[in-house]
Design a protein around this ligand. Structure first.
Ligand SMILES: C[S@@+](CC[C@H](N)C(=O)[O-])C[C@H]1O[C@@H](n2cnc3c(N)ncnc32)[C@H](O)[C@@H]1O
Length: 251
């Protein structure tokens, strides 16, 4: 299968299916438990998961999947076309920011950021540097939510258009800054922070509130605070009808 993505764990499979992934094969060493989870957490998907998942013996599951997820579910899905993601990321006008991770090093952080971007309805996540943001450990940490946003790696010079707000403890206090919908929100690497190239290109450097003597926050928590400051999706309508979780709810 060309460009296959390992979707690891029940929650990742649930999200991948909800957000339109082309899942070609799914296995479990305990299909009964997978279906019980579906009943409990995703009854919109019970029938699909039942049709899709093939039960295999535990030893075969362990042989096929490098790191067995506690839910004992794994699937292979088609990676979205890069061209389609790039078109989405560069389309203007943009109604939600693009998160830019400048040479991130930690796979778990990148997955957590994809999850945040999906939850907040960001336009997408762009990484620079050599890490593949579709690495299986990133997809696992992102709980399959790569399919709910656009995730691509790009050279710095090819970033999508838009004003670049670089998050850095030396910047202007974020509480006095309005982050526009078409912003690129850039975050530095865990070890080195924002690169000189991004700093140079930034429209504005923006700081998160932090008391003296604390040097920085974790990368993913910084993205969470910045996206929260930007705003996120509109609040649910106040009518009783809209209180029910929709099929696009991120759980
Ligand atoms: C773990 S920090 C990087 C720490 C790095 N040692 C440095 O010198 O910047 C990762 C990224 O999170 C963001 N960040 C962390 N704390 C921040 C703060 N107080 N204000 C703005 N951005 C922050 C920045 O984008 C930073 O580059």
């Amino acid at each position: 299968m060309p460009d296959a993505v390992l979707v690891d764990g029940f929650h990742a499979l649930k999200h991948a299916l909800r957000f339109g992934a082309d899942v070609r094969v799914a296995i479990s060493s305990d299909k009964g438990s997978a279906l019980a989870l579906a009943d409990e957490l995703a009854d919109d998907l019970t029938v699909r998961i039942s049709d899709l998942v093939t039960e295999v013996p535990a030893q075969i599951f362990r042989d096929l999947v490098p790191r067995v997820h506690p839910t004992q579910v794994a699937a292979l899905a088609v990676r979205p076309r890069r061209r389609a993601n790039l078109d989405h990321l560069s389309r203007l006008p943009r109604s939600a920011p693009v998160v830019v991770l400048d040479n991130p090093r930690n796979l778990g952080n990148v997955g957590a950021v994809v999850r945040l971007a999906a939850g907040f309805g960001a336009t997408g996540v762009v990484t620079t540097g050599d890490m593949d943001p579709w690495h299986p450990s990133v997809v696992r940490a992102g709980a399959g939510l790569h399919y709910a946003t656009a995730v691509e790696r790009l050279p710095l010079e090819d970033l999508p258009p838009g004003p670049l707000y670089a998050l850095d403890p030396e910047g202007e206090d974020i509480r006095s800054v309005v982050l526009p919908d078409d912003a690129l929100l850039a975050f530095g690497s865990e070890r080195h922070g924002i690169s000189p190239e991004v700093r140079e290109r930034a429209t504005k450097l923006v700081a998160l509130p932090m008391r003296p003597q604390v040097s920085s926050y974790n990368l993913a928590t910084s993205v969470a605070m910045a996206l929260f400051h930007w705003g996120g999706p509109p609040p649910p309508a106040q009518s009783g009808q809209d209180d029910a979780p929709s099929s696009r709810t991120v759980m």
